[in-house]
Design a protein around this ligand. Sequence first.
Ligand SMILES: [Zn+2]
Length: 401
Amino acid sequence: MDIFSRFFRFSLLIVAAILIPVTIAVAETKPPIEVSSVRLGIHKDKTRFVMELSEKPEFDLFLLPDPYRIVIDMPELRWQTDDSASRKKGIVENFRFGLFRENTSRVVLDVDGPVKILRTVVLPPTSGKPHRFFIDIQKTDHTSFMQAVKERRQKNAATQKVALKTPIPPVRAKTYKVVIDAGHGGIDPGAIGRSGVYEKTLTLQVAKKLYRILDKKKGYQPIMTRDRDIFLSLRERVNVARKEGADLFISVHADSISRPDFRGATVYTLSETASDDEAAEIAKSENRSDLIAGVDIESQDDTVQGILVDLAQRETMNFSVRFAEMLIPQMTKSGLKTSGRSHRFAGFRVLKAPDVPSVLVELGYLSNRQDEKILKSKDGQTRLAAAIAKAVEQYFKTVDP
Ligand SMILES: [Zn+2]
């Protein structure tokens, strides 16, 4: 080794020694900003939305159409608010907030028509009040609203450089990759039970149980789309399955339906036409998830969304149906109730991976009292997870003997 390369190596070491501690310091995440109050106020010809925060927040604000919405993104926030304040005032019909993705919290305001943002202000703390962020909203016409939406999209298109990763072709090895998708999360609570329990909480609990069962079995690699209370768009969920080259995708839900007597586990698969009214209703409410969370579907990459049900997908759909048909008897065997016609189909966006057999399991319905009780109980959750795990094993034994 000559002197020069020795010196070079030595300098690299020094550089590394200097850089590494710095990198660690940067990687440390700040504690979330606390939100002590979120409220609406009516002022002369404007509606004001106010948040009280422990720190001055960075924020990003944009508008979305169909239906009209205002979306505010901030760093991760901790919500210490009491929920008693009215969420409907002036031109605001409702608002919701929650974790949108790692390090980003989101607020979505539903407005009753086209609006414009008059101003956004962050006030420093004064006389015992913390930082206050507020926006003033006023009615406008549809054309001006759409102009604001368009400008935002153009700006986004110009800065977006992240391309979709090419999906890795499925590797047929001894290990089966099963993607477990806990429905909803973060800003999207999903259905809400009579007891106030959120669908997003129950789906995550059952998903985690299923993960643990499969993880212990030889030859299975379970993958969770989310393992905490965070939002994922439908496309992101589909993409996890595709990127991993999954062999099976199971989306777990516990929705509400307009018929309170409708109950029991149901397995849904993808189809262009719905099998019945209930399936159509569930698909419609599932597909609303992105809308609730303020995802701009228009500006998303369309590789998955635009895929029509082609031949490849049809083949995948056959596998989905096979799995669905194995899961129902497993549920019954475990003493769980299944709904009258327990395999149904409809146009679920979350099931649209063209190359991964995908099913959506309604563990039960939060609109039904008995189902809610089972879904909330440890025993019920364990039995549901175990039944799914058994069906998974049975499925791979038949498709890949
Ligand atoms: Zn759901």
